[in-house]
Design a binder for this molecule. Structure first.
Ligand code: SAM
Ligand code: SF4
Length: 348
C-alpha cells in the first residue's frame, strides 16, 4: 500500500480518543487493515527472538539511554562465554527460533569473542543469530558475518539530523545510514528503526522517519516508544505515547507488508498500558515478532536502558512464560522457526 506524506501526517495527528480501553473507529480501521496485511503473509504466527543482553558497558553517551557512559549509578556487568551459552540453551528450550546478542558498545569485548560465540551457537543449536551491537568498522561487521551471524539491528533512532546529533553526541545520521548500507552489502538481514516520541519530534518528523525506513529495503523495522530514564539528561521529558506507537506500527505494516515488525518491549513499560498488554496491542496493530529478554536473573535488571525493562521482581523464566501465554490467549500461534525475512522473497 502506498500512503502520501500528507495522509500519514493526517493519521498521526487525528484526534486521540483512546480512553485506555477502546480506540476510535478511525484507529480501529487502521489497526484492522494492518492486521489483515500481516495475516495475508504471516497468518497469525508470531516469531520469537530471545534477547541476551550480555554487557551493560558502553563507550557512548546517548542522552536517552540508561547505559550511557556518564551514568555512574549503574552496575556494569559482562557475561562470560559459558554464561552466554547457558542463556542460549535456556532460550532454545523456551522455543526461541532466533538468538539476539545485544549489548552496549563495550570496548573491552574483542570482536573475536563475538565470532566465537556465534560459531558456537550455530554449531550447537543451529539457531538464527541477530547482532545488535551498535557502530563498528566494516571489517568487524565482515568478521561477524563470516562467523555465521544472519542479521544485524542498527536503529537510526530519528531522521532529524539535528536531534540525532543532539541525542547521540558526536554521531551523525549519515554515518548510521552508511553503516546500514554496509551491513546490507555484507548480506545481513538488516533491521533498523526509531524511538517514538523523543523530545522535539513532531508528527512531521515521525512521518519522514516512516517514509525513509520504508524505502531502505529493510528486513526488520523496530519502533518503540521513548521511556525516560532517571539517570539521563532526558529524565524530565514526557514518554512516547502508546496510541502514537500503535499507529506507527500499523502504518509501517501497511507500507512494508513483508517486513518483520516486532512488538517492542518498551510498549509494556509505558504507564498508560493496562496489564502490561502493550505488546499484545502492537500484535493487533500489525506486528509479528516478540523479543523477550533471556538475560540471566543475576544481572538482567542491570541492563537498565529504561525503567520497567527487565523487572527485578520477575524471573526471566516467568516473564517469558507470562508473555507467551498472553500472546496465545490473544489468538496468535507462537513459532519456534527462525522467521527469516519475507521481504527478501518478496523482493526477489
Ligand atoms: N548499543 C547498541 C545500539 O545503540 O545500537 C544496541 C543496544 S541499545 C540499548 C538498543 C536500543 O535501545 C537503541 O537502538 C535505542 O533505540 C533503544 N533505547 C535506548 N534507550 C531507550 C529509551 N530510553 N527508550 C526507548 N528506547 C531506548
Ligand atoms: Fe550505548 Fe546503545 Fe545505550 Fe547508546 S543506546 S548509550 S550506544 S547502549
Amino acid at each position: 500500500m502506498s500512503l502520501t506524506r500528507n495522509e500519514i501526517i493526517e493519521i498521526l495527528k487525528s484526534p486521540v480518543a483512546y480512553d485506555g480501553k477502546s480506540f476510535s473507529d478511525t484507529d480501529n480501521s487502521l489497526f484492522t487493515a494492518a492486521t489483515a496485511t500481516a495475516r495475508a503473509l504471516f497468518n497469525n504466527t508470531v516469531y520469537q527472538r530471545g534477547v541476551i543482553e550480555f554487557s551493560s558497558h558502553c563507550r557512548k553517551n546517548c542522552h536517552y539511554c540508561g547505559l550511557r557512559s556518564s551514568n555512574t549509578d549503574l552496575l556494569r556487568y559482562r557475561l562470560t562465554h559459558v554464561e552466554i551459552m547457558d542463556a542460549v540453551e535456556t532460550a532454545a528450550a523456551m522455543g526461541m527460533g532466533t538468538i539476539v546478542l545485544q549489548a552496549g558498545e563495550d570496548e573491552d569485548v574483542n570482536p573475536h569473542f563475538i565470532y566465537t560465540i556465534v560459531r558456537a551457537i550455530k554449531e550447537k543449536f543451529n539457531l538464527a543469530v541477530t547482532l545488535s551491537l551498535g557502530d563498528h568498522p566494516d571489517d568487524v561487521y565482515r568478521l561477524w558475518r563470516d562467523s555465521g551471524a544472519d542479521r544485524y539491528l542498527l536503529k537510526i533512532e530519528t531522521t532529524d539530523t539535528d536531534l540525532h546529533s543532539l541525542y547521540r553526541p558526536g554521531q551523525h545520521l549519515y554515518d548510521r545510514l552508511n553503516r546500514i548500507e554496509s551491513l546490507q552489502r555484507l548480506g545481513y538481514e538488516t533491521g533498523s528503526g526509531i524511538i517514538i516520541g523523543l523530545p522535539g519530534m513532531t508528527e512531521e518528523t515521525l512521518t519522514d522517519d516512516l517514509l525513509l525506513l520504508s524505502t531502505m529495503g529493510l528486513d526488520m523495522i523496530a519502533c518503540g516508544p521513548f521511556i525516560p530514564h532517571p539517570q539521563t539528561p532526558l529524565r524530565h521529558a514526557a514518554p512516547g505515547k502508546l496510541l502514537e506507537s500503535l499507529r506507527v506500527t500499523a502504518l509501517l505494516r501497511l507500507l512494508n507488508p513483508a517486513t518483520n515488525i516486532p512488538a517492542t518491549s518498551a510498549l509494556d513499560s509505558l504507564r498508560t498500558v493496562r496489564n502490561n498488554d502493550g505488546r499484545i496491542l502492537a500484535l493487533n496493530a500489525g506486528a509479528n515478532v516478540i523479543m523477550p529478554s533471556i538475560t540471566p536473573d543475576e544481572v538482567r535488571s542491570s541492563y537498565s536502558i529504561y525503567p520497567g525493562k527487565n523487572d527485578p521482581a520477575l524471573s526471566q523464566n516467568s516473564t517469558v512464560k507470562l508473555l507467551q501465554s498472553r500472546v496465545q490467549q490473544a489468538g496468535f500461534t507462537l513459532s519456534s522457526q527462525a522467521g527469516s525475512s519475507m521481504q527478501r522473497t518478496f523482493r526477489a
